[in-house]
Design a protein around this ligand. Structure first.
Ligand code: FMN
Length: 186
């Protein structure tokens, strides 16, 4: 089983990082983490290359992500909620998935990506309203050919309780891990 994980947090030992440690300690198979604040991935520049050709004109670390996406089984988007959305850097990385949208819309091509399972793990200080972030994450997951997307798992009172001590979210992560293991796409 191969899992691609996007970490949308800038904090090395923050809430998202704590939950990802809990998750990766229990995750079967191999995984790759894309650290949105530290990777060498620039945002989409809307150069329109992918309206006519597959792939992306920007040759940076996103090329490795496109390769991994071809045959991985699961994708997880883990991010803090900023202004009720995914973080800016997470959206920057996500914008590079535009090539899959253009494949469908303009080039009329199949992405060739193996069908996957998707999941979203969010944290918030306590201002609530993570629904928009979850919707955006689901849009990104669908672009990556996630056919089955797990319910939103999140810890939304991190100002008062660090996410890694939130027993409800830890139980949610355990269920997410089970979801990844169940009925795999052929
Ligand atoms: C710029 C900014 C915007 C934020 N907006 C929200 C928000 O809309 N809702 C919320 O619940 N928390 C918000 N927060 C709080 C973070 O989501 C929260 O502290 C989170 O636990 C940080 O996660 P991390 O430690 O993984 O980076 C915001 C924080 C920052 C820095």
């Amino acid at each position: 089983m191969k899992t691609l994980i996007f970490n949308g947090s800038p904090r090395k030992n923050g809430d998202t990082a704590g939950l990802l440690k809990f998750l990766t300690d229990r995750l079967s198979g191999e995984y790759k983490i894309v650290d949105a604040y530290r990777c060498n991935i620039s945002p989409c520049l809307d150069c329109r290359y992918c309206q006519k050709q597959s792939g992306c004109a920007v040759k940076d670390e996103m090329q490795e992500v496109y390769e991994y996406l071809k045959d991985c089984d699961n994708v997880l988007i883990a991010s803090p909620v900023y202004f009720s959305e995914l973080t800016g850097k997470m959206l920057d990385v996500g914008s590079r998935l535009q090539t899959y949208y253009c494949g469908k819309r303009f080039r009329k091509e199949d992405s060739g990506l193996k069908p996957k399972k998707g999941a979203v793990l969010l944290v918030g200080g306590g201002d609530g309203k993570p629904e928009k972030a979850y919707e955006t994450a689901k849009t990104l997951l669908r672009l990556m050919n996630c056919k089955d997307i797990f319910e939103m798992i999140g810890s939304f009172h991190t100002d008062a309780l660090p996410a890694k001590e939130d027993t409800q979210v830890l139980a949610g992560v355990e269920r997410m891990l089970q979801f990844f293991l169940e009925t795999r796409w052929a």
